[in-house]
Design a protein around this ligand. Structure first.
Ligand code: ACM
Length: 634
């Protein structure tokens, strides 16, 4: 099929209707939701009954309702006012709800949201908004709508207290307004922690008073476009004007903005590895004399990963553990970071520190002798313990990536388990507070679809994997699991639209993993809700990945060594139509039903996915050369 004089089949009339959307599509799934009778209709004049301590929540809700509906929304504190929405803090705490839980009761004339704390009211408001028609997401007035919602009773509270997203603003810089936009999206899914990865080889993004070169030199590199990691080395004359940084005032504004939405910001200063921007600014932080010639990385290759971890560094991107100036530098940095960020933890990185330059350093050899350190793991351990002391001396708790457990780091250190959940399981038994962020399930920089459809990254985390994320896995001591988070590294992410694309819908899946009871999670139900949220995000103009609708191409060889192609999708009820004749298929083309022989003389395969008679996937083209490559030896 697909080549020569093939007669195309008629459109398949057996294709079913579009999946019916679920009646309720709250993400993350609430603990309990009971449908009751009737519908609440938003009146022309909306009166929110609240008390002054709920101001943050009321301001948020007022804007969310007033903008799309054009209704007059007023706030009253007088309990005899004819309220349409009533926010209440429990006089006597309901222990089931904790600090972030809420109850919603909707009757035809009144919405009541109750909680122990204002954070719970805020999450109640998020669920309420998700009960409204999708047009509630509009940033402008929507005419001719009746704003009705089904009456329900909801009781809901989170499974875990730490529900995070990490945003890497170092590899590519994102502005204050872009970070706000990211926060706006995350709070809809009840995330409460934004981890800002503020420093790396490609940029130092936080103003530190007294260390001006960090942002004069360290925040700027050469703008390059394409496949990050293999860029040409910039020449000495190429302008270093790409990047940026947050002033301390910018950060105060962001912290405030986040706090108004019940989000804490955790800063990360990633040391001793991933520190080329700092070293390029202040070369005397390095053990390596050649550092005087180092420049902030612009995406050229600086690390050889072909032998696994730790990588072989081609330039020394580490701070020198044997150099006292490093500790006074870090004291200055940490003093200011601690004063700026109210959050209890400062994350000090600790991942992927290469050892090969330390092995050559006389200063490191002398340190090892003096301190009785046997290997480079212990050298990093010595560094981590000193940094932990500095952090704790500023009244903060110290957190690092799981490599900091390579030596006997005290149990007061928080562990962010990224290489796998196994490190977090071990850390929980050693009584470290643990945040689970295993790359196997929650690394948002990894590809979501077939490699030919996405900017190329070294691995994939497709949506089902993200949905399988279990932040409290078997074998862990649950008492020490603070929560879980997803990490968005931005080497291949050049703009906020792509940051959103990589975050959603996997961010929905992970929100459900950290908020909802395990027994409430259901993949089929989740996919139905996801589709409702895609439509909401269309209206909110937030980008998301439709990769779930596109097939993965698997190739193999027939007995006579011809290439065969198999198309795999992660969700049911999709029809895939294809061509090998270079034209663009639609639903009147051959439908894929089973593994296919690729016509001998074809050069391209194109596919598109439909649900019923509507195209839903993207037009995807794969070369027969690529299929041959995947199929292996001819
Ligand atoms: C990491 O992904 N290197 C923490």
């Amino acid at each position: 099929m697909g080549s020569g004089n093939t007669t195309l089949p008629a459109a398949d009339s057996s294709a079913g209707p579009a999946n019916r959307p679920p009646e309720f599509a709250i993400i993350p799934e609430p603990v309990s939701l009971l449908k009751t009778s009737g519908q609440f209709t938003l009146p022309e004049n909306v009166i929110i009954l609240a008390t002054p301590e709920m101001k943050q929540v009321v301001d948020y809700l007022k804007e969310k309702i007033a903008v799309p509906t054009g209704r007059f929304v007023a706030e009253y504190t007088n309990t005899s006012a004819p309220a349409s929405i009533r926010l209440m803090l429990n006089n006597k705490a309901n222990p089931q709800l904790g600090t972030e839980g809420y109850q919603i009761s909707i009757t035809p004339t009144l919405v009541v949201i109750k909680a122990n704390k204002t954070a719970g009211l805020f999450y109640g408001v998020q669920s309420l908004l998700q009960l409204f028609p999708k047009e509630i997401e509009s940033k402008e007035l929507v005419e001719d709508m009746t704003w009705k919602i089904q009456c329900v009773e909801i009781t809901d509270y989170p499974k875990l207290a730490w529900r995070g997203l990490m945003f890497d603003v170092a590899r590519h810089f994102f502005t204050k307004n872009e970070v706000k936009q990211y926060i706006d999206a995350m709070v809809r899914y009840k995330y409460n922690l934004l981890h800002l990865h503020l420093t790396d080889d490609e940029g130092w993004r936080i103003e530190i008073k007294g260390l001006p070169k960090l942002t004069e030199v360290g925040a700027w590199n050469v703008k390059k476009t394409g496949e990050f990691g293999s860029f040409s080395t910039p020449g000495p004359d190429e302008p270093r004007t790409y990047g940026g940084f947050f002033t301390q005032d910018d950060l105060r504004e962001l912290i405030r903005y986040a706090k108004d939405r019940f989000v804490d910001i955790m800063p990360e200063i990633d040391v001793p590895g991933h520190s080329l921007a700092a070293v390029a600014s202040y070369p005397d932080l390095s053990c390596t004399p050649a550092a005087v010639n180092y420049r902030v990385r612009s995406g050229e290759k600086i690390m050889d990963w072909s032998h696994g971890a730790p990588p072989i560094a081609l330039v020394d991107n580490t701070l020198c553990p044997a150099n006292e100036r490093v500790y006074s530098f870090l004291d200055t940095v940490i003093t200011q970071v601690a004063a700026l960020f109210p959050f209890e933890y400062i994350h000090m990185g600790g991942d992927e520190a290469p050892e090969n330059f330390w092995q050559k350093s006389d200063a490191i050899k002398a340190l090892m002798q003096r301190e009785g350190l046997r290997d480079m793991k212990q050298v990093q351990g010595y560094f981590e313990k000193r940094v932990q002391k500095i952090v704790e001396s500023k009244g903060k708790k110290f957190m690092g990536w799981d490599e900091i457990m390579n030596s006997d780091i005290p149990a007061s250190a928080g562990i962010m388990s990224w290489r796998s959940s196994q490190f977090g399981i071990e850390a929980s038994h050693l009584k470290h507070e643990v945040v689970m962020a295993p790359q196997t399930n929650v690394y948002l920089d990894l590809m979501q679809g077939d490699v030919i459809t996405e900017p190329k990254v070294y691995n994939s985390v497709r949506l089902p994997k993200a949905y399988e994320f279990d932040p409290v896995p078997a074998g862990a001591d649950p008492k020490y699991i603070r929560g879980g988070q997803a990490n968005l590294w931005t080497e291949q992410i050049y703009n906020i639209r792509q940051a959103e694309y990589m975050t959603w819908p996997r961010g929905y899946a992970i929100a459900e993993s950290v908020w909802s009871p395990k027994e409430k999670k259901n993949w089929t139900n989740f996919i139905g809700k996801m589709e409702v949220h895609f439509k909401r995000m269309d209206i909110a103009e937030t980008k998301y990945a439709p990769s779930i609708y596109d097939p993965i191409f698997k190739a193999s060889r027939s007995a006579d060594r011809q290439v065969m192609v198999e198309l795999i999708t992660d969700i049911d009820g999709l029809d895939i139509y294809y061509s090998f004749d270079n034209s663009f298929p639609d639903r009147f083309y051959p439908k894929y039903t089973e593994k296919l022989l690729v016509p001998k003389d074809a050069s391209l395969m194109r596919v598109i996915t439909y649900r019923g008679n509507k195209p839903i996937g993207r037009m995807i083209t794969i070369s027969v050369d690529e299929l041959n490559k995947r199929a292996g030896k001819r």
